[in-house]
Design a protein around this ligand. Structure first.
Ligand code: ASP
Length: 565
């Protein structure tokens, strides 16, 4: 037998018992002829006294048998601190070389990922994986309680672009043909609705070959949901219910539902972004008209002038925010200092007193504040100010870090204009249903069409999204046409789906939650790699097993592939 108890289990009630513990040597202290060992496993640490020295070092795996003895003075730092085990035997189960990294030290990301098994020995990493599992079981519990069935969908599928780049897998049996890894199970879940499954969900891996960030990995997990015979309100209500229950289960917190709903237009107007952090009010203002006739050309000639009122900022802080604005393509940041003695600014000389008064009035700026302006294309002004707003929120602690602020953003445009490809591209994906009353503009004015789409936002991060879907072949074809997908291409890529719609497709809709992101945010973290057992680094490599790596020539031959020199 390897153990009678775990290393976190023994208390003074066990004194006198003969026990066996197995675990890792966490710390060794030498005391004369004795060794004091802190023995660690996932459940805790127990102090073990070895009368005879053993040939062990940090991280050796040992099995000790001995008697539990109550300590005269408890070690309050340990849950097992009331006792120690006086070992009569110590057997080495897994010898250890000197470890290449100290798990508890500040290690570089590279080291942590290379020796992930050492990194994961840290109790806080194990707690994070446990928390992730708690979230997953809670999701499953609530989805099952609502009558949803978890259905697995294929990992090897047809390459059907959904917005990002596909990972593709060459076929051995079919020369020159490829599978793709799913960017999401979108098409399958819709076909499951055509198949009559009614309520589907899946906690599922998705793959996107995109540039990585702290909250993006090439493979990530979604809570994917689809339901039939629903309208948007039903889908959103299910999302509210699910998130509320999961938060209660895993954090013990009550969040109020229904979550607020905001239209895309409203979000852009108030916050300049479609994933607003609504934990604090500090709204953007539009001054384009107001400054149109001013002598300040930067303002009068700009297509859009927007601003926000920040707490009073120093010159140095303004410089910092100017740099931030520039990363979002703004040419600069104009400002007005509002003090109790009036308004001051290098641009004041270009603005009449009347205009300055109007700006202060329009923005409601009070003394001891700084008005920050971006004059540019609307998109640039919004991007820059929205990110400045988020940074201000953080710097001035404008919100309670414990708050979980969920909200839905609705009524997205169906398409956005892509300057590079000169095409209309879907803001979500091409299976999103337009508002019925906007179907008429699909051909004449695609930019005007709003979609029955919904994004769910938590504390300024988009944690999921979905929509009511197109379920008519002809509407789907019209959407594809608006995107400039030829009939032939549509048939080749999506023919099977269009065909499925011909044999009785129910109205349906759903959403997917970015599970890694959601789990991390629940614990106030943004780096999803902390919640993934074996993540890739920023260059999409797995440093532990060295993937991606070369393969044998034979393998390439079998797959009918040649690597370009
Ligand atoms: N498949 C979509 C995504 O991955 C979510 C959805 O529309 O349900 O973003």
């Amino acid at each position: 037998m390897h153990r009678t108890h775990t290393c976190g289990e023994l208390r003074k009630e066990h004194a006198g018992e003969e026990v066996t513990l197995s675990g890792w040597v966490h710390v060794i202290r030498e005391h004369g002829s004795k060794q004091f060992v802190d023995l660690r496993d996932r459940y805790g640490v127990t102090q073990v006294v070895l009368e005879e020295k053993a040939d062990i070092r940090r991280e050796t795996v040992v099995k000790v048998t001995g008697k539990v003895v109550e300590k005269p003075k408890a070690n309050e730092k340990l849950a097992t601190g009331e006792i120690e085990v006086q070992a009569s035997s110590c057997k080495i189960l897994g010898p250890a070389d000197p470890i290449p990294m100290e798990p508890e030290a500040e290690n570089t990301e590279e080291t942590r990922l290379k020796y992930r098994y050492l990194d994961l020995r840290r109790p806080d990493m194990q707690a994070k994986l446990q928390f992730r599992d708690d979230c997953a079981s809670s999701v499953r519990k609530h989805m099952h309680a609502h009558g949803f069935t978890e259905v697995e969908t294929p990992i090897l599928m047809k390459s059907t672009p959904e917005g990002a780049r596909d990972y593709i897998v060459p076929s051995r049996l079919h020369k020159g043909k490829f599978y793709a890894l799913p960017q999401s199970p979108q098409i399958y879940k819709q076909i499951l609705m055509v198949a009559g499954m009614d309520k589907y969900f899946q906690i599922v891996k998705c793959f996107r070959d995109e540039d990585l960030r702290a909250d993006r990995q090439p493979e990530f997990t979604q809570v994917d949901v689809e339901m039939s015979f629903v309208e948007q309100d039903d889908v959103i209500a299910l999302g509210d219910e699910l998130l509320k229950n999961v938060v209660k289960d895993v954090l013990g917190k009550d969040v109020k539902t229904p979550f607020p709903r905001l239209s895309y237009a409203e979000a852009m107007d108030k916050y300049g972004i479609d994933k607003p952090d609504a934990r604090f009010e500090l709204f953007l203002h539009t001054l384009t008209e107001l400054v149109k006739d001013s002598e300040f050309k930067v303002f009068s000639e700009a297509p859009c002038v927007r601003c926000l009122v920040a707490p009073a900022l120093s010159r140095k802080q303004i410089d910092k925010y100017t740099e931030l604005a520039k990363t979002y393509k703004a040419k600069g940041l104009a400002y007005l200092q509002v003090t109790k003695d009036g308004v001051d600014s290098p641009i004041k000389k270009f603005l009449s007193d009347e205009v300055v008064d109007k700006i202060v009035k329009e923005t409601g700026a009070k003394p001891d504040s700084t008005i920050l302006f971006v004059a540019d294309k609307e998109k640039v002004a919004n991007d820059a100010l929205a990110h400045i707003r988020n940074a201000l929120g953080k710097q001035f602690e404008l919100y309670d870090p414990e708050e979980l602020n969920f909200l839905w953003v609705l009524d997205f445009p169906l398409f956005e204009w892509n300057e590079d490809t000169k095409d209309w591209t879907p803001m979500h994906h091409m299976f999103t249903m337009p508002h019925e009353e906007h179907l008429q503009y699909l051909e004449s004015d695609p930019g005007k069409v709003l979609a029955q789409a919904h994004d769910i936002v938590l504390n300024g991060t988009e944690i999921g999204g979905g929509s009511i879907r197109v379920h008519h072949k002809d509407v789907q074809e019209r959407v594809m046409k608006a995107m400039n997908i030829s009939e032939e291409d549509a048939k080749k890529k999506f023919g099977f789906m269009l065909e499925a719609f011909q044999y009785g497709a129910p109205p349906h809709g759903g959403f997917a939650l970015g599970f890694d992101r959601m789990v991390a945010l629940f614990q106030g973290e943004t780096d999803i790699r902390e919640y993934i057992a074996f993540p890739k680094n920023k260059a999409a490599q797995s440093l532990m097993d060295d993937a991606p790596s070369d393969v044998e020539q034979e393998q390439l031959d079998e797959l009918h592939l040649t690597v370009k020199k």
